[in-house]
Design a protein around this ligand. Sequence first.
Ligand SMILES: Nc1nc2c(ncn2[C@@H]2O[C@H](COP(=O)(O)OP(=O)(O)OP(=O)(O)O)[C@@H](O)[C@H]2O)c(=O)[nH]1
Ligand SMILES: [Mg+2]
Length: 418
Amino acid sequence: MDDSIRELALLADTAGAYVIDIIVPAVQRINVATFVGKGKVQELAERVAEKEADLVIFDDDLSNIQVRNIEREVGCKLLDRSALILDIFARNARTATAKTQVELAQLEYLLPRLTRQWTHLSRQKGGIGMRGPGETQIETDRRLIGTRIATLKERLVKIDRQRTTQRKGRANFTRVSLIGYTNAGKSTLMNELAGAGVLAENRLFATLDATTRTVEISPGRDVLLSDTVGFIRKLPHRLIESFKSTLDEVRESDILMHVLDASHPSFHEHKDVVQRTLLELDVRDKPTLLVFNKVDAIEDPLDLLALKNEFPHAAFVSALRGIGLKELRDKLIATIDAGFEEIEAVIPVSDQKAIQHIRTVAEVLKEDYTWGRVPYEAETLGVVRLLYRVAPRYTEDLSALTERYKDLKVVPEDSLPV
Ligand SMILES: Nc1nc2c(ncn2[C@@H]2O[C@H](COP(=O)(O)OP(=O)(O)OP(=O)(O)O)[C@@H](O)[C@H]2O)c(=O)[nH]1
Ligand SMILES: [Mg+2]
């Protein structure tokens, strides 16, 4: 069976439907009115009647007209993949942010469908100047939805602002995001690394909002780790857009940990889907550590060996059993260090603003003071030589600072005439 269909069955299950039959039609040409051909629709209607089904789910996205036409033929409710995913998101939304984001996605999904229905009706009734009561109702609905969408967007702007402020407050931490296909084990890994108490479940999209915790990856070295919403193939584009607040966490992190379910037969495809979705989010060129999870569930040890050969730089773990976490930490540190730059700068002690700025955005590794007279200073103070480690996102900003004091000379205190 096609893996996309198997996944659809899992999605249906997650949404609380009991799958009683699966039909895989070979669609050669898409029928504008019913997506699949007439014969297929008839076959579908017969199966629905025979098995007394309450719901039909299509793996592809359908137009509103197609949904209505097929519903009429088969005599039961019909959902397409996007609608099903939206339904699951709506069920699993717990935090205020997730709820707002999901509602926005749902309404934006609905809006063009109302429009299409409206054009359809107006054409039926002869078009302009022939407004029936049905159309007026739809217009009212559209306006109400439009207002609600505006309210939700405003709310999200506020949430974004709050989150940006929060992130600024933790600027000097290295930020690491767990990303990956849904159900890969991101939340389980988060719990294992951070003792976070995040919900981890064997269902799709258990996590819908970002959770961030401090994790000590080696003695005295903390990073901020975020667990985020999972990806899936054919994720509705609008949903990605509505999840901006949550996904900003990914966009603004320094390092990504891409978690994969190594025991899943289609993990290669999952990996591609995740990489494509990242590009859609405009996340590119971020240092990424591949983490193959669920190694305990790989039956043949040779498969694991082959995988290690194929991805020599990746980490191999079982988040559930706590296997391979030391190696994971080491690889994470290596990934961070490879992506970060060490910079040395000499700053006059009187420029506390600059020193403070470096302390905020970078990790200071060493500081040496030389007391004496500096041309910039009215009184005799000195300079500080700072060695710091900084994420790529700040190097430009900080190199300007370093450049400013590049020719700084200090006359040491003990050589000053008394
Ligand atoms: N066998 C095995 N199962 C695991 C492992 N890690 C996680 N799981 C199981 O995989 C399922 C999904 O785990 P989650 O941590 O919720 O996955 P997620 O990536 O956060 O999923 P979403 O939030 O839904 O995108 C759960 O049933 C976990 O118990 C592992 O190392 N081995
Ligand atoms: Mg999760």
